[in-house]
Design a protein around this ligand. Structure first.
Ligand code: HMG
Length: 402
């Protein structure tokens, strides 16, 4: 039975910062960000946006193509920007999407990797329950700290993946290569809002994990590099994905001498990433969407290689085959509009957002641009949201008041 991604949608914060302005404010040559890291903008979440609001926006979009949402019997919420130590943020999502109560909901964590764990759990669930569907929401806000070397790689975004039998987007193949090793390249201790990172070490660890997962993929009977048509990599910044492709090519050439066929790594696979920044758990799947929605050529039947990396670290290499007519269930126009319509911040406005509490005191009104769900704040240790029940386009008419 073919199982995989039936629908894929994304959402991002409703604000953005042009990294050329950040470079000027940090006395850095802008080309370091735009060429050295390969990033043009970062998406910024206002104090009224969080992983739940972005997840609900992506989820609502995905549900537009689900004919019977009651068949969703498993919701997996992947994040490393969790809003509670106990309750899964997936339950808020389940609530605001109005899903069937006869459903399992759980939150998964392992840095940027957990959405990939969710995908494999979901495909196994559907293989056992072919009439059911699973919904994966991967949602994150990447934060490193003002004036740190990680700052220009911040970003935020969410993806919603509906996993089903006979999927309309990507048939996920069962052979994978995995790798786990205890390292301290990136982590976020309890009570800390921003990640701790050994930045250059993390980039080396990422590349080592790519080599290890590729070797494991081969040991497990995975095909040769020549059987993969296109690559998508976890994209903390687009230059990292380019380095991953260069490493991948190097490995392939050393194993299979001669000028054999290599997969393509198209600029379209990082187009959204260049504009959004790191979206942690969502990044790899935003790269997949970016490839599908920004490549004019029909890729149906092509095999895509996907490399997922989560610091700490766990990584996985796997493949999927694109379904005929996948274009019919994409949201290319809505995604392009959401990215283009973000309100541009000045550096001081971005810093003001950054320094505000991520758990502000609850207010009764919507103060910032948001999607269909607004985070009003915290009262009596409980998070309060308002579902505006309007579409994203009209919600963006709400004016910024501070
Ligand atoms: P840095 O150390 O300040 O930058 O921060 P750099 O000095 O290494 O320069 C970066 C690149 O810009 C270099 O290119 C420079 O040459 C170039 P490279 O040599 O690497 O090809 N450059 C210029 N290019 C053009 N014009 C110029 C110029 N100046 C310099 N004038 C670092 C870089 C990535 C370390 C930092 O941004 C950081 O710490 N980022 C966060 C960590 C990260 O993203 N790591 C990636 C791998 S780990 C991962 O992906 C997991 C993660 O997503 C978390 C999770 O799993 O949850 C992060």
């Amino acid at each position: 039975m073919n199982v995989g991604i039936d629908i894929a949608a994304m959402a991002t914060g409703h604000y953005a910062l042009d990294l050329r302005f950040l470079a000027v404010a940090r006395s850095v040559d802008p080309r370091k960000y735009t060429t050295g890291l390969g990033q043009d903008f970062m998406s910024v979440a206002s104090p009224q946006e969080d992983v739940v609001t972005m997840g609900v926006e992506a989820g609502l979009r995905a549900l537009e193509h689900v004919s019977d949402p009651t068949t969703i019997r498993l919701v997996l919420f992947a994040t490393e920007s969790s809003v509670d130590q106990s309750k899964s943020a997936g339950i808020y999502i389940h609530h605001f999407l109005g899903l069937n109560p006869s459903c399992r909901v759980v939150e998964l964590k392992q840095a940027c990797y957990s959405a990939t764990a969710a995908l494999h759990i979901a495909t196994a669930f559907v293989r056992q329950n072919p009439a059911a569907q699973a919904l994966i929401i991967a949602s994150d806000i990447a934060r490193y700290g003002l004036n740190t070397s990680g700052e220009p790689t911040q970003g935020c975004g969410a993806v919603a993946l509906v996993v089903s039998a006979n999927p309309r987007v990507l048939v996920v193949e069962t052979t994978t290569g995995v790798y786990t090793r205890h390292i301290m390249d990136f982590w976020r201790p309890n009570g800390q809002d921003a990640a701790c990172v050994n930045g250059r070490y993390s980039a080396l660890a990422y590349l080592e994990a790519l080599s290890k997962t590729w070797a494991d993929f081969q040991c497990n009977g995975g095909g040769s590099v020549g059987q993969i048509d296109f690559m998508c990599y976890h994209t903390p910044f687009t230059k990292m994905a380019e380095k991953a492709f260069a490493r991948h090519t190097e490995i392939a050439r050393s194993i299979q001498r001669g000028g054999q066929y290599l997969p393509a790594f198209l600029p379209s696979a990082v187009l959204y990433g260049r504009r959004l920044g790191n979206c942690y758990t969502a990044s790899l799947y935003i790269s997949l969407l970016s490839l599908l929605e920004n490549t004019a050529q029909d890729l149906a039947g092509a095999r895509v290689g996907l490399f997922s990396y989560g610091s700490g670290c766990v990584a996985e290499f796997f493949t999927g085959v694109l379904a005929p007519g996948y274009q019919n269930v994409l949201f290319a126009e809505a995604h392009t509009a959401a990215i283009a319509q973000r309100a541009l911040l000045t550096v001081s406005e971005y810093e003001a957002f950054y320094t505000q509490s991520r758990d502000p005191v609850c207010v009764p009104e919507v103060r910032y641009y948001t999607g269909p769900l607004c985070f009003l704040g915290v009262k009596d240790h409980q998070r309060h949201y308002r579902l505006t029940l309007c579409n994203t386009e009209s919600c963006t008419q709400v004016r910024l008041v501070s």
